[in-house]
Design a binder for this molecule. Structure first.
Ligand code: GDG
Length: 746
């Protein structure tokens, strides 16, 4: 079944702009069509799927005006477009401020143009909340919400908080910058968290996806796999999915629309004997327009034979004109055109035809079809639809494509001439070469490009996004019951009190205390030993610290706590409160294996600044918490696969922990602790185990159904309950202890 069939839940599209923009015309209100990639792409999809579109009207002045309201009501009734009202002062900070003067320049790798104001950020939050409110007004159970682009990066999480089981997807139309650049962004944490509210997050290219993963790791400390990331007990699916166009909209015009055909023929006659080079862009500094004109000037200078033989037609649609950078750009481009035309024009030839306004689709299609070369050289571009539109209009054509390697589309357009637009000299040479390419070679390249553009069209893109989003959110909804619930503290305290016998099994690092950079720094505060001591003093409560730590560590911290069980090295060795003797689980164990494993670990330690090796009786651990996070993860994977081969025929296993790789015998696991405890301590009606990492899962797995298993943190777990951090867990233990004390006192 195609994802386009609207069988379960409608599609709710949310983007900054609707395909319509409201414009004030004196007392009246006019509806304009919005230009730009998103409107062009989503329009045809929504036409096919049905559903609704939510976006800002574009003009927020005078929201109560009756005529304005009437226009918006008409949009809703006829088109199912629902407008979000944003007060003018919020709109400014949101749109011209944080969206277009902070996010836009930074995400396009222009950090020096970044302009940040805290009040813009507040407006960004408020605008995202307003979008949330309108979505909530319209959302029905089963609907899927598709949020678009950088203006709405907080919306997925805002929606998630309001409707925890909503199905939410997010697509970023602009590049995601590399993590050193992203780190410069004021409010970067909030932004990432906002995105992670989605079930499905997609980017145009694989490299943007990688950049996003690197930022999630470096800034939020979140590990991920190539296609998913776990957060808050949920899985967020990640993808690279370049957008396409609706080729039919162009071919239809060129084949059947009389006006377009007439226009094309007219243009052909007009430029007969000349080669037409074409640029079509929003007037934006990311699009490389001044660089293109300078390159063109260079071309005319160094190759006089081309004078009179080529024309460059540049369509530049003004946008965001109130932002100073855009005004400056407009001026710079105007001047350049004047200078170049002044320098080279003759009475019957003008090198640059500059059209600084939007042109109708008929004119655009005609231009695409007559152009001999599309000159698409943004300095940075999420994808770029113009390349694909040009290719679509060259069905039988022999046009060539000169494309910037910094446009996302470059990764799909292998047959284009790729250039670095900053290198004007080489770009000029490439243009010359492209123009000189024989007809057959041009046709051959264009045929391959055309096939791809037609196949990877916007409908295929939309179908894939929608079906991947459905799949990702269904997997989450199906798993929902398996996710841990927030611990019901009062219930736990009541159950603890009612039980005649109790058992508490507590991991140490990450559970009773937070992680420290170096293991030796995670020394327990005095009140923790006191807390454990109060709990263990009650003969009805068996308390065990079940840790991966060495017996030396546990002994020195908790050796004096009376009545406490200590299980060191994941249970390889235990001390009972009665005998006070450490007893190994396997008395026949030898540690001869360590030497060879140590050599391997030392090699990894040498390669990884900030990492260290810890030696325990039964295990060796490589810690890389202080190493560069990505490098550390990469090496940890490599280390584990080396060790797996090396240890295949032994009882030893390599385990990934929290920023550690540990080598230990397979039998030394926390699950075994329970068996040994049960031998000497009587069965308890109340049993609680708490832990934060994979080694604790072995223990959770062995506990009876009615046990209180608690995961500390937000990773995937088989525990029934979760708490956010070690402080919360200790607060719970303190409540237990308070009961024990009052009981003892009473
Ligand atoms: C963002 C990302 C990504 C332009 N002039 C006229 C006109 N246009 C249309 C083009 C094209 C669209 O505007 C521009 O799309 P781009 O993809 O080139 O660029 P952005 O607007 O910056 O779009 C971009 C895109 O989102 C989609 O994800 O590719 O990287 O920056 O469709 O045809 N249309 C008409 N007259 C014009 O004068 N009719």
């Amino acid at each position: 079944m195609s994802a386009n069939e609207n069988t379960d839940g409608r599609l709710v599209v949310v983007s900054n702009r609707l395909p319509f923009t409201l414009k004030r015309a004196g007392d009246a209100w006019r509806t304009d069509r919005s230009t730009g990639g998103l409107a062009t792409a989503m329009g045809p999809i929504l036409k096919r799927t049905g559903g609704i579109w939510i976006g800002w009207s574009g003009d927020s002045s005078d929201p109560q005006d009756e005529r304005r309201q009437k226009t918006l009501r008409r949009w809703a009734e006829r088109e199912r477009y629902f407008a979000v009202d944003i007060p003018a002062e919020v709109a400014e900070g949101f749109y011209e401020g944080y969206s277009n003067q902070t996010l836009w320049p930074l995400f396009h790798q222009f950090p020096s143009l970044l302009n940040f104001k805290p009040e813009h950020w507040q407006a960004y939050i408020e605008a995202n909340q307003r979008f949330r409110d309108v979505v909530l007004e319209h959302l029905r159970p089963g609907d899927i919400v598709w949020v678009h682009d950088y203006q709405l990066m907080l919306l997925p999480q805002l929606l998630r908080e309001a409707v925890p089981d909503a199905r939410i997807g997010f697509f970023l139309h602009i590049p995601f910058p590399s993590s050193p650049i992203f780190r410069l962004l004021p409010r970067r944490e909030e932004l990432l968290q906002g995105l992670l509210g989605a079930d499905y997050l997609a980017f145009h290219t694989f490299s943007y996806l990688q950049h996003f993963r690197a930022s999630a790791l470096r800034i939020l400390g979140l590990d991920s796999r190539m296609d998913r990331l776990e957060v808050g007990g949920r899985s967020v699916r990640l993808d690279a999915l370049p957008i396409g166009i609706a080729p039919g909209e162009f071919t239809e015009l060129l084949e059947h629309d009389a006006e377009t055909i007439a226009r094309r023929d007219e243009l052909r006659r007009r430029f007969e004997g000349r080669r037409v080079l074409l640029g079509v862009d929003r007037l934006d500094y990311t699009k490389g327009i001044p660089e293109r004109f300078r390159t063109f000037r260079r071309l005319l200078k160094q190759t006089p034979e081309l004078r009179g033989k080529v024309v460059l037609i540049q369509v530049a649609v003004p946008s965001r004109e109130v932002i100073p950078m855009y005004k400056e750009l407009r001026q710079e481009v105007d001047e350049l055109v004047g200078r170049i035309n002044g320098e080279f024009s003759t009475p019957d030839w003008t090198p640059i035809t500059y059209i600084r306004r939007g042109i109708p689709p008929t004119e655009l299609a005609a231009l695409y079809s007559v152009a001999d070369l599309a000159w698409v050289t943004p300095l940075r571009d999420g994808l770029n639809l113009v390349v694909k539109e040009y290719v679509a209009c060259q069905q039988e054509g022999a046009g060539v494509l000169v494309l910037s390697e910094f446009a996302g589309a470059a990764s799909e357009m292998g047959e284009a001439f790729l250039v670095n637009p900053y290198d004007e000299e080489r770009t000029a040479e490439t243009i010359e070469r492209a123009l000189a390419l024989p007809l057959d070679a041009r046709r051959e390249r264009m045929r391959a490009l055309h096939k791809r553009v037609v196949r990877n069209n916007v409908f295929a893109w939309g179908d894939r996004f929608i079906s991947n989003l459905r799949e990702a959110s269904s997997a989450r909804v199906d798993n929902f019951s398996e996710q841990p619930q927030a611990l019901p503290v009062e219930e736990a305290v009541a159950a603890f009190r009612q039980a005649g016998r109790r058992r508490l099994l507590l991991d140490y690092d990450g559970t009773l205390v937070p992680y420290a950079n170096r293991p030796q720094d995670a020394v327990p505060p005095a009140e923790l030993a006191e807390l454990l001591s109060t709990l263990a003093a009650d003969p009805a409560t068996a308390v065990a610290v079940v840790s991966g730590r060495s017996r030396g560590d546990l002994e020195s911290w908790f050796g004096d706590v009376r009545g406490l069980w200590l299980a060191a090295e994941h249970g390889a060795i235990m001390r009972s409160p009665e005998t006070m003797r450490w007893e190994p689980y396997r008395p026949t164990y030898t540690s001869e294996w360590k030497e060879s494993v140590l050599t391997v670990l030392e090699h990894f330690m040498d390669r990884t600044p900030g990492s260290l090796i810890e030696e325990k009786e039964f295990s060796l651990v490589w810690h890389y918490r202080m190493a560069d996070p990505e490098f550390g993860e990469w090496l940890a994977n490599e280390l584990v696969s080396n060790l797996e081969q090396m240890l295949a025929d032994t009882e030893l296993r390599a385990y990934r922990g929290q920023k550690t790789v540990e080598v230990k015998p397979g039998w030394a696991n926390k699950g075994e602790v329970l068996a040994r405890l049960s031998e000497s301590a009587p069965r308890a009606e109340f049993c609680l185990a708490a832990g934060d990492d994979r080694t604790d899962e072995d223990l959770f797995a062995r506990l009876p159904e009615d046990a209180w298993t608690i995961h500390v943190g937000d990773r995937r777990t088989r525990a029934k309950y979760c708490v956010a951090n070690s402080h919360e867990l200790r607060r719970l233990l303190a409540r237990f202890a308070a009961r024990t004390e009052s009981h003892a006192a009473g």
